[in-house]
Design a protein around this ligand. Structure first.
Ligand code: NAP
Ligand code: ZN
Ligand code: ZN
Length: 349
């Protein structure tokens, strides 16, 4: 297959910093859209993947799945987009399109879904490479339309941090009578607060950080519970219909299960792996409470969210950086020192 070499930033081992590298992109096939990348958000998953935290990384890795750009080329069979359109690409770039999940607009649960980076590329004999790069070529069915007149850097994190929290809010039917809590105020957490508040829910943040209380309220949280304060946790018992837990590392879920109301659900989106300590089933059984998981969102649901953000003028709070600052950004993200999403201005590449 014909390819072209482009500039990217990535890494070849868990120990190495990210640095400049060249990668190949396929030339457009009939259904493809070629996109010049303008902005790419920096997700904690990018860091997990670059460092092989999940033990599934094959190198080289070019992370980035919060992509906003401009169409620079289209294949003969493309009818949704034209050159010059502003578009977006999120966490997935393909799927089998025939399984029941694909038919139900749940491509993220397709056994053959192709992640934007680190998945087996269907066209080239490599892994897929993400948005820390000059350009990307994506099948039009996995390209999203941006709302008009939206801030391009600010909308980028909606493609992962936004949809990952929107999908459970929608699945568990959050609305104006809902009591929602969010664990962790980072990229996902701050979008969860904004989106749950926009849906009319009463929103509480659980945070370890006493210095984030005012920010959380400005983002739309009605209450903040400091999760390390036992008396505050005690007062939160039995309250929430839905908790979205965005914490990236193993932590004790049991105190949060206690804060669910009868029939409440704690949705883990942040941490992939065995729980430590284990879950105690008693409070679950005594209140028909559930602990669940959720992965990003499908294409139709992501488009629904982008449209919702356009209508309600919701964007992410971002710190725009140059690609050369990516390693420092990772160090700061590990210390929860970002308000509240880094976004790379891809001109810098
Ligand atoms: P982030 O910006 O780094 O935010 C994580 C927040 O968790 C921190 O701001 C912090 O908030 C809290 N936290 C609690 N314990 C922590 C610890 N030991 N180390 C660091 N932070 C801790 O991360 P993110 O981009 O929102 O991503 C969160 C997690 O979701 C990551 O693991 C990512 O891989 C995962 N993710 C999952 C999906 C999915 O589809 N399920 C999609 C995207 C990302 P406080 O200071 O308020 O406590
Ligand atoms: Zn992500
Ligand atoms: Zn499928």
């Amino acid at each position: 297959m014909e390819t072209k070499s482009i500039k990217a930033f990535g890494t070849t081992s868990p120990e190495a910093d990210l640095s400049a590298m060249a990668i190949n992109r396929r030339m457009v096939t009939p259904k493809d859209v070629e996109i010049e990348i303008l902005y790419c958000g920096v997700c904690h998953s990018d860091l997990h993947f670059a460092k092989n935290d999940w033990g599934m990384t094959t190198y080289p890795v070019v992370p980035g799945h919060e992509i906003v750009g401009k169409v620079t080329g289209v294949g003969d069979g493309v009818n949704k987009y034209q050159v010059g359109d502003l578009v977006a690409v999120g966490c997935l770039v393909d799927s089998c399109r025939t399984c029941s999940n694909c038919k139900d607009d749940l491509e993220q649960y397709c056994p053959e879904w192709v992640a934007t980076y680190g998945g087996p590329d269907k066209h080239l004999d490599t892994n897929t490479h993400g948005g820390y790069s000059e350009s990307i070529v994506v099948d039009e069915d996995f390209v999203l339309k941006l709302p008009e007149n939206i801030d391009l850097a600010g909308i980028a994190p909606v493609l992962c941090a936004g949809i990952t929290t929107w999908s459970p809010l929608r699945h568990w039917k959050v609305g104006k009578d809902s009591k929602v809590a969010v664990v962790g105020l980072g990229g996902l957490g701050h979008m969860a607060i904004k989106l749950a508040a926009a849906l009319g829910a009463h929103v509480t943040l659980f945070s370890r950080s006493t210095n984030k209380i005012e920010d959380a309220k400005a983002l739309g949280a009605h209450e903040v519970v400091i999760s390390t304060d036992e008396s505050q946790m005690e007062q939160a018992m039995g309250k929430f219909d839905l908790i979205i837990d965005t914490v990236p590392y193993a932590h004790d879920l049991n105190p949060y299960v206690g804060t669910l109301a009868t029939n409440g659900t704690l949705v883990v989106v942040g941490y992939l792996g065995p729980l430590d300590p284990m879950l105690v089933t008693v409070p679950m059984i005594m209140g028909r409470k559930a602990v669940a998981g959720s992965l990003i969102g499908g294409i139709a649901e992501t488009q629904e969210l982008l449209d919702f953000c356009g209508k309600h003028n919701i964007i992410s709070d971002v710190e725009v950086i140059s690609i050369q600052d990516i390693n420092t950004a990772y160090e700061r993200m590990l210390k929860s020192d970002v308000k509240y999403r880094f976004v790379i201005d891809m001109k810098s590449i």
